[in-house]
Ligand binder design. Sequence first.
Ligand code: IFM
Length: 476
Amino acid sequence: MSTGNADFRDSGLVFPEGFTFGSATASYQVEGAAAEDGRLPSIWDTFSKTPGKVWNGDTGDVACDHYHRWESDLDLMAELGLDAYRFSIAWPRVIPTGTGAVDQRGVDFYSRLVDGLLERGIRPVATLYHWDLPQTLEDAGGWAARETVDAFATYAEVMGRALGNRVHTWTTLNEPWCSAYLGYGQGGHAPGRHEPAAALAAVHHLNLAHGRAVQALRATSAGDPEYSVTLNFHVLRGEGEGAGEAMRRIDALANRAFTGPMLRGEYPADLLEDTASVTDWSFIRDGDLADIHQPIDVLGVNYYSTATVRMWDGVSPKQQNDGHKAAGGGTAWPGSNEVVEFVQQPGPYTAMGWNIAPEGLEELLLSLREQFPDQPLMVTENGAAFDDVVAADGSVPDPDRLDYLRRHFTAAHRAMTQGVDLRGYFVWSLLDNFEWGYGYAKRFGIVRVDFDTLERTVKDSGRWYARLAATGILPE
Ligand code: IFM
């Protein structure tokens, strides 16, 4: 079969029966309706309205207008044959000031969404936190303050009671690395702070929020949902003398700072040592690690590209090609900023400037299997931004994205043939949407959104993915 520029012959790679083919979005990136039904500002509303923070001054005020178009968006997912939809809940819709009164209109929106998914045979995979912290909580200290953890646990209880009889999988946090280090250290993400010690406090409070939320969801969910968290792992390569040390340091901050407490119940000793000049970690209290270390059914893995690090001599102009170049001004690497640099990697690159390295996904999945042999895995995000061009007939041929996905699915399949327990794969993203600091300039969707008319058009990659979801056989 051939559609547009896409060639859909089968590769012969077969995914197992029951493998989940899904797609993902996040509330602030798609919903719009920023001031509707009682929703109050999140840190991303504030940040995007601060001049110079987001490309072109773009905001999530309208985004994809998914808040109003959710039914037709669900129809689109059904047309694509998705097994599951990974969405996030906007905390400031449900508890607009972060603590206190629940706005039932917000809860009802997600309840309708979940019912709509189930009616169409699509499993709801709900993330509690994909970066839209109620601004009121940030004003009280944000993730650097322990009180935010209590507020999050209460929010988790509210959602567990409301949706826990129908949600298939609960995910507590999406990419706490970004929330902590880009939000409080590097500053390229909301709330845009440049406080290395606060970034590390945020790491701990996010870890604790995860554990407390799993407990709260378990206590309140009437059904039998699965529990998970999604981490964006850094797959590292090293260069030059001391490459191993550079990789160890970044692995500790980026990866083990989360997997250590969540999956082993301890912070890595080298992380505490590397960061001793920044903080003494006295925000860790007795009992915290036991609270964080909750069993989860599936570990969510987000993967886009690799990163290459080397020890910095402290003299040459510092390279910082870590894939997060959106101006932040601060550092995402407290304790290692003056020691390690991120060097340019060989291409090819996506429109984000991220290198395309499908072998990194295979390597990551194998490494997680080795580190956590009994932990089932799920790719909760993988995809690519490219500068799509709409064809004269209105179709959207996106061969580069299609090729990116095909190669990454192949890599995941290779990992599975080597024994990795990978349960499913969510393509980022269902829709072109608000790409944080890049606004609407970067398109990740397998469905195009025209941001003037809000019209949706399935791209060639979307049709290719529908074929994969329908057959379980990777189209070439
Ligand atoms: O758009 C983001 C998403 O919100 C989190 N993971 C990475 C994606 C692409 O940058």
